[in-house]
Ligand binder design. Structure first.
Ligand SMILES: O=C(O)CCC(=O)C(=O)O
Ligand SMILES: [Fe+2]
Length: 282
């Protein structure tokens, strides 16, 4: 059987997205961004990209430099950098999936990544990985070794801000790998590329194997955004408290404040042993 990815329109019923992600761990949604959002995001980010060199600026471990790529420009903290992004991070297609996959495992989820990723010509393919392996410690490793069912920890979207093509580094993805044992490696025929026009998005689970593609073009940058949510009892990959200034958070909708961490998960994430949301009105 040839591997394939479901393709849905943003207006499809929520159950269709769930059926596709249950089956494949990934799906492409066309029209995830409105044309206006696409243009606003690119305009906001153009200014920032112009001042940044490719590569990781302050790696926390040697493996990070290779993983994130020497010819790729990344920056995070997107809720602070684009008004349009604050709207996009609340897209019902994405939060509907977070409700479905994450709420059975937590009281509420948190915004985990708002990251700009521009893969430039000459970049090599990123190592295939599961994003949930960011938390590959203790109990999660034990569960994987025991072959137990995976609790869903993360729901994500790789949003295309330029067309994603096989040549310019469209994300590689392995449909069905969310159900595989931890040690099963994909065969070449099982790896697809999420080719899609600007404004579409690849939706996927934290348990789905994927990675950025190689950019084999001469002059075409592949620009995307990695936007995702994680169960509220894990530490988020990006430190939202430091990347999104408090003054800006005060102006955001309440739900955005909550997913940025201004809501405790019972006793986790408290301020003054209580509701962290109180700092927004002090
Ligand atoms: O850039 C991409 O297409 C994927 C990036 C990715 O998977 C990651 O950085 O975790
Ligand atoms: Fe990833």
């Amino acid at each position: 059987m040839t591997a394939s990815l479901a393709r849905l329109s943003a207006a499809a019923p929520p159950d269709d997205f769930i059926a596709a992600l249950d089956a494949d761990g990934a799906a492409v949604v066309d029209g995830f961004l409105t044309p206006g959002q696409l243009e606003a995001l690119n305009t906001d980010f153009d200014r920032i990209v112009a001042g940044l060199a490719p590569g990781v600026r302050r790696p926390t471990m040697p493996a990070m430099e290779e993983f994130y790529g020497a010819t790729t420009v990344r920056f995070d903290g997107l809720p602070a950098k684009s008004v349009a992004f604050v709207e996009v991070m609340q897209a019902p297609v994405l939060t509907g999936l977070a409700d479905h996959y994450l709420l059975p495992h937590c009281l509420d989820y948190l915004f985990n990544t708002g990251q700009f990723i521009e893969i430039r010509p000459g970049e090599t393919a990123q190592r295939l990985h599961r994003d949930e392996d960011a938390w590959r410690f203790g109990p999660l490793v034990a569960a994987q070794i025991a072959g137990g069912p995976r609790a869903q920890l993360e729901v994500e979207a790789m949003v295309a801000l330029t067309d994603f093509t096989a040549a310019n580094g469209a994300t590689r993805v392995v449909p069905g790998s969310h159900l595989w044992p931890a040690d099963r490696e994909p065969e070449p025929a099982e790896i697809l590329q999420a080719e899609m026009p600007a404004g579409s998005a690849l939706l996927y689970l934290g348990s789905t194997i994927h990675g950025g593609g190689a950019n084999r073009t001469v002059a075409e940058a592949r620009r995307g955004m990695f936007v995702g949510y994680v169960v509220g009892w894990l530490r988020t990959e990006e430190n939202m408290f430091l990347t999104v200034p408090l003054e800006q958070v005060r102006g955001f909708p309440k739900r955005v404040q909550e997913v940025l961490g201004y809501k405790a998960h019972r006793a986790i994430g408290v301020v003054d042993v209580g509701d962290p949301g109180a700092v927004l009105t002090q």
